[in-house]
Design a protein around this ligand. Structure first.
Ligand SMILES: Cc1cc2nc3c(=O)[nH]c(=O)nc-3n(C[C@H](O)[C@H](O)[C@H](O)COP(=O)(O)OP(=O)(O)OC[C@H]3O[C@@H](n4cnc5c(N)ncnc54)[C@H](O)[C@@H]3O)c2cc1C
Length: 399
């Protein structure tokens, strides 16, 4: 729309919310980002940033800002947990750039947030307010949205043309849209244990610049180096129905290294060694929810985990929120009428995000099988070869 800038409120300064703010500002919007937390904690651990995400982050200048903090793995290596036998190897690095026209990177979530915030700071059209939780919204008498916020003890209100709920798995905006609240989340039966390990505590083979995946019965382990190789990020996903002691809303449930080590006690030595080298494990129960029939109403929409939370087995939650952000801005540029633009956004995104959600669910079954089924899986992986393995990711990374 020519003339004055229209105003958007983005609820949530996570990866999706900050990327959306950058994309909307580029598309000519004024953006007020409201983040519930009083500080943007650099919590979390490593993130794989696949080419479908880095392509967009590159255009926004975020990859440049990440600089040496992002690492480009040379390969994805898949191993059988029991004996460490290599099942598959897919070249990344230059091969990923050539095949999918963008780089495959790994980075610490805190470093990615910092790189996004540095770009946000350069954008006068974006204002970020911390300690400001979006609570609700209604249409005002002038047809614009009235958005209610809670800042400490204060209840505040602001007007905007658009509200984007990028407020994560337990989205308040989603609940207000009538699309289900936190009580509708479904525990997947798996807990992700995450740790950052000082690389000097590990043998050279475990420090290689690869993304490693170990497949065990009812569990899998992913590890890769971060921050120029100074630390190794490890995620051990274990099927475990007991989550009574875990805070559902946190990345920060402490885990007992001895109990976590027991999970892999019959795994090949390098995997067990890696697990033993970590002394600070943080557990995250994994949740899912059924796909929503729609994500938008009037001038309100959702993005990222708020719209389509997904199991981390394809490493795509953040990547899909980044894709959402770019698609939302594109649709708002192409359509002056906001509800029309949001309809186009949903049509563009729902089938793809839904496919990623269901493929991620299927992947859990594939990773955690036991006995004869695992033998068939392992044989299939061995026979597949690197090119056919890479081709399986074309629909995802090449988009
Ligand atoms: C073990 C594990 C490994 C993963 N690995 C990968 C990976 O390798 N690659 C990948 O792409 N993805 C990965 N993911 C998924 C990824 O972390 C998430 O999908 C991604 O962070 C979602 O981003 P988001 O911006 O939608 O939500 P969030 O990151 O949850 O951000 C939401 C923000 O909104 C704020 N907020 C909440 N409520 C309100 C409110 N009412 N008002 C204002 N602010 C609010 C929150 O404080 C938060 O800052 C992984 C997830 C897990 C669990």
């Amino acid at each position: 729309m020519a003339g004055s800038r229209r105003e958007a409120v983005v609820a949530g300064a996570g990866i999706g919310g900050l990327t959306a703010a950058l994309c909307l500002a580029q598309a000519g919007w004024s953006v007020a980002v409201h983040e519930r937390s009083p500080v943007l904690e650099e919590f979390g651990a490593g993130l794989q940033l696949s080419p479908n995400a880095t392509r967009i982050l590159d255009r926004l200048g975020v990859v440049e800002n990440l600089g040496g903090l992002a690492l480009e793995p040379e390969a994805l290596v898949v191993r059988r947990a029991r004996d460490g036998g290599e099942l598959a190897r897919m070249a990344l690095g230059p091969a990923a750039l050539k095949r999918w026209r963008a780089r495959y990177l790994v980075a610490h979530r805190g470093d990615l947030l910092r790189a996004l915030l540095d770009r946000v700071a350069l954008q006068p059209a974006i204002a970020l307010t911390l300690d400001s939780a979006v609570r609700g919204f209604a249409k005002g008498p002038d047809g614009r949205l009235r958005i209610g916020m809670k800042r400490g003890p204060l209840s505040l209100e602001t007007a905007a043309d658009l509200l984007v709920g990028a407020d994560g798995l337990r989205s308040a905006v989603r609940e207000r849209l009538g699309l289900g609240g936190p009580k509708d989340l479904v525990f997947t039966g798996a807990v992700a244990w995450r740790a950052l390990i000082d690389a000097t505590r590990l043998p050279a083979a475990l420090r290689r610049p690869d993304t490693n995946l170990w497949l065990g019965p009812r569990a899998h382990l992913v590890h890769y180096p971060l921050r120029g190789g100074a630390v190794v990020n490890a995620v051990l996903v274990v099927e475990d129905r007991r989550r009574d002691a875990l805070d559902d809303d946190g990345w920060n449930n402490p885990g007992d290294p001895a109990v976590i080590g027991f999970e892999v006690s019959n795994w090949a030595r390098p995997a067990a060694e890696l697990i033993a080298a970590a002394d600070d494990w943080r557990g995250w129960p994994l949740f899912d929810r059924p796909a929503a029939p729609h994500w938008s109403a009037g001038a309100v929409t959702l993005l990222g985990d708020a719209a389509h939370p997904m199991a981390p087995f394809l490493a795509q939650g953040a990547a899909q929120s980044i894709e959402d952000a770019a698609a939302l801005a594109h649709c708002l540029l192409a359509n002056d009428d906001i509800p029309t633009a949001l309809g186009a956004y949903e049509r563009a995104r729902a089938p793809r995000a839904g496919r990623v959600q269901s493929e991620a669910r299927r992947q859990a079954g594939f990773y955690h099988v036991r006995g004869a089924v695992a033998l068939v899986r392992d044989m299939g992986l061995r026979l597949m070869g690197p090119d056919r393995l890479a081709a399986r990711y074309d629909w995802l990374y090449g988009a």
